[in-house]
Design a binder for this molecule. Structure first.
Ligand code: FES
Length: 121
């Protein structure tokens, strides 16, 4: 099982292939935001990679990061568009606490949505 390390939180074994956004919620117990329900529309599921950033990216993630002007920050990625298929270390930088939101967002589906079209980072 891949190991997910969340800085200042801990290390967690995650079922292979699980969406990172759901692993942050379920295994790491982080109050990770996912306002659009994991559909590559909001960017609130963003995390900062410290190690193990995936080389591939969904087309939806790439387009959204570009549209929102978020490509300049190294390691900034959308956790709803990433699967845990190797060890990775992230900082949880977008959390419910302090956000002013009523909740973290609807539970994302088990599979990446929209159906992923993979491209290079
Ligand atoms: S972009 Fe909205 S939850 Fe990922």
């Amino acid at each position: 099982m891949p190991k997910l390390t969340v800085e200042e939180t801990g290390e967690f074994e995650v079922p292979a292939g699980k969406r990172l956004v759901n692993a942050l919620t379920d295994e790491a117990k982080v109050d990770q935001l996912h306002a659009c329900g994991g559909n590559a529309r909001c960017t609130t599921c963003r995390v900062l990679f410290v190690a193990g950033e995936p080389d591939r990216m969904t087309q939806a993630e790439k387009e959204l990061l570009q549209v929102r002007g978020l490509t300049a920050t190294p390691g900034l990625r959308l956790s709803c568009q990433i699967v845990c298929d190797h060890d990775m270390t992230v900082k949880a930088i977008s959390r419910l606490a302090g956000s002013g939101r009523a909740d973290a967002g609807k539970r994302p589906a088990d599979d990446i949505q929209p159906p992923p079209v993979w491209t290079d980072k």
